[in-house]
Design a protein around this ligand. Structure first.
Ligand code: C5P
Ligand code: MG
Length: 162
C-alpha cells in the first residue's frame, strides 16, 4: 500500500485563573486554579486541533471557531477537535500518531496521563499507542514558570492511501 503523508504542528497558551476548571484533553484534573478562555480553554485539544488543520493547510482554530462568535462561548473543545478530525477524514486522511507536550508548572499531571490519552484516543477512534501526552514544567522561568499561564504543543502525522 502506498500512502501520502502530511505532518501538522499546533501550539496554544492560556492564562491561569482562579475559579476556572483545569480541563486538559477533555479531562477535568483536580487543581486550585484553571485556565481562562472563551471556550473551556483546553490548551491541549486546541493544540491538537491546530495540528490537524495545519497538516492539510486548512487554516487555524480561530478561523473555524472565532472567539467573537457567541456560538462557541463556553464550548467543549472536543467539539473543535472532532470537527477538525471530520475535515481531514473527509479528505481521506487518518491519524498515524499524535505527540503532545503540556507545559504547566503545577499541578503534577502525570497521574492523569493515561486517562487523558484514553479520552483523546477514544473520541478520535484511534489506538491508545498512537496518542502520546507529555508534561513539562518551565523550571519556574517565564510566565509559565511563574504560574501565570500554561502552554501545549502538538504534532500529528496523517496518512492517506493513494
Ligand atoms: O519539567 P520537568 O522536566 O521537571 O518535569 C519532570 C517530569 O514531571 C515530567 O517528565 C513529567 O512526567 C512530570 N510533570 C508532571 N506535571 C507537570 C510537569 C511535569 O507530571 N505539570
Ligand atoms: Mg486555546
Amino acid at each position: 500500500m502506498e500512502y501520502e503523508y502530511r505532518s501538522g504542528l499546533g501550539w496554544d497558551s492560556h492564562r491561569t485563573a482562579i475559579g476556572r476548571p483545569m480541563i486538559l484533553g477533555g479531562v477535568t484534573v483536580p487543581s486550585e486554579f484553571g485556565l481562562d478562555g472563551h471556550s473551556d480553554a483546553d490548551i491541549l485539544l486546541h493544540a491538537i486541533t491546530d495540528a490537524l488543520l495545519g497538516a492539510l493547510a486548512l487554516g487555524d482554530i480561530g478561523m473555524h471557531f472565532p472567539d467573537t462568535d457567541s456560538r462557541w462561548r463556553g464550548s467543549e473543545s472536543m467539539q473543535f477537535l472532532l470537527h477538525a478530525h471530520s475535515l481531514i477524514a473527509d479528505q481521506g486522511f487518518e491519524i498515524v500518531n499524535l505527540d503532545t507536550t503540556v507545559i504547566l508548572e503545577r499541578p503534577k499531571l502525570k497521574d492523569y496521563r493515561l486517562t487523558i490519552r484514553e479520552n483523546i484516543a477514544g473520541r478520535l477512534g484511534i489506538d491508545l499507542d498512537r496518542v502520546s501526552v507529555k508534561f513539562k514544567t518551565a523550571e519556574k522561568v517565564g510566565p509559565v514558570g511563574e504560574g501565570k499561564s500554561a502552554e501545549a504543543q502538538a504534532m500529528v502525522l496523517l496518512r492517506k492511501a493513494v
